[in-house]
Every structure is written in C-alpha cells, then in structure tokens.
Design a protein around this ligand. Structure first.
Ligand SMILES: [Zn+2]
Length: 76
C-alpha cells in the first residue's frame, strides 16, 4: 500500500467530492436563472372554447385569444 499523508487523504476524499457538489449546485442554480419567464407565466383554460393558453402577465383573469371570453387562471 502506498503511504499517503493526512492532508492528501483529506483532499482526495473530502475536498474533491465537496468541490464537485458545489460546482454542480452552481451549475443548476445558474441554469434555472436563465429562464425566469416560465415561472411568471399564468396558465388559463377557456371555459367557452376549451383553448389552453399562457401569459407572462400576473393577472387573476385574462381574455382568450380565440374567442375573447374572460377566464380565471388555472395556475399562476
Ligand atoms: Zn376561448
């Protein structure tokens, strides 16, 4: 067996996995920051014609682009 100093063992088995986890967390954090528009969208389903549509505006009600019927947001 190859004798390793304590510092090298700590670096190998603690430092590298910790650094990898931190880099992955940063990567996923930045990836979700680049598309913030999806989270602001409200989804509507038209009660008149059944058309499903989404708008980036945060309104409780919005008009259907097909038939202009006023609908409640299904999910905001
Ligand atoms: Zn409609």
């Amino acid at each position: 067996m190859i004798p390793l100093p304590l510092g090298a063992i700590l670096t190998l088995f603690v430092g590298i996995p910790l650094l990898t986890t931190a880099l992955l967390a940063l990567f996923y954090n930045f990836r979700t920051l680049h598309r913030p528009g999806r989270e602001k969208e409200s989804i509507y389903e038209c009660a008149e014609c059944g058309h499903v549509y989404a708008f980036a505006r945060n309104r409780p009600m919005d008009r259907c682009p097909r038939c202009s019927h006023l609908n409640d947001a299904v999910r905001t």
